[in-house]
Write a protein that binds this ligand. Structure first.
Ligand code: DX5
Ligand code: ZN
Length: 218
């Protein structure tokens, strides 16, 4: 099943609760929350206290994307703030398996992400224990960038790997960055089933129509 995860990085933070409610009404399955520490990426954004505050406005799945150095330090804080899926970057630490176990210990789903230049095969040893793989389709750090077509190769490789292991229906493959109704078609063809989009949804005149187009365009 194809799911859409609007990235609130592109929303109006002065009315964040209403912005989230608008995309849930528009049919979004997940809410994508970008966490940036100014170290792993050259930008800062949202932390656990904002997440616990907007947790009150919806029961929708909080798809939390940690772009932070040494993520194990903050797993508990994000779990307690109300994150449902906690995704960290392969490049941000060396203790991948331990981070995944820690996320699972709080009853949360664990995701791992790779930047565009990181080869997909590095994920192979972790596939059996992960719930979601996030392939970045732009360099992490900022919304509003252009989709990098070469990243589709990684999506294809990961889809093949999880098929081979019989994990097709268990592991989500998510893409993030420069997703529009047009690039979504390419990502879905390559094997992605969760599509993150910030600008293409929050800047659209009709957010519901934008979510539907990203989900259903073929
Ligand atoms: C980038 C973030 C993305 C970003 C997507 O580092 O991880 O989630 O908000 O924004 P758009 O859809 O505008 O590229
Ligand atoms: Zn993201």
């Amino acid at each position: 099943m194809i799911k859409v995860s609007p990235s609130i990085l592109a929303s109006d933070f002065s009315k964040l609760g209403d912005e989230i409610v608008s995309i849930v009404k528009g049919g979004a399955e997940y809410i994508h929350i970008d966490v940036m520490d100014g170290m792993f990426v050259p930008n800062m954004s949202i932390g656990p206290c904002i997440i616990s505050s907007v947790r009150k406005v919806t029961d929708a799945v909080f798809d939390t994307h940690l772009m932070i150095t040494d993520p194990i330090r903050y797993v508990e804080d994000f779990a307690k703030a109300g994150a449902d899926i906690i995704t960290f970057h392969f490049e941000s630490c060396t203790n991948h398996s331990e981070v995944i176990d820690r996320i699972h210990s709080f009853g949360k789903k664990a995701g791992i992400s790779i930047k565009p230049a990181t080869p997909a095969f590095v994920l192979e040893p972790l596939l059996e224990k992960i719930d979601l793989i996030l392939i970045m389709t732009v360099e992490p750090g900022f919304g509003g960038q252009s989709f990098i077509p070469e990243t589709l190769e990684s999506v294809k490789i990961v889809r093949e790997m999880i098929k081979r292991l019989g994990l097709d229906s268990k592991v989500d493959i998510e893409v993030d960055g420069g997703i529009t109704p047009q690039t979504a078609i390419l990502a879905k063809k390559a094997g992605a089933n969760v599509l993150v989009a910030g600008s293409a949804i929050f800047k659209a005149e009709d957010r519901k129509a934008a979510i539907e187009a990203i989900k259903n365009n073929e």
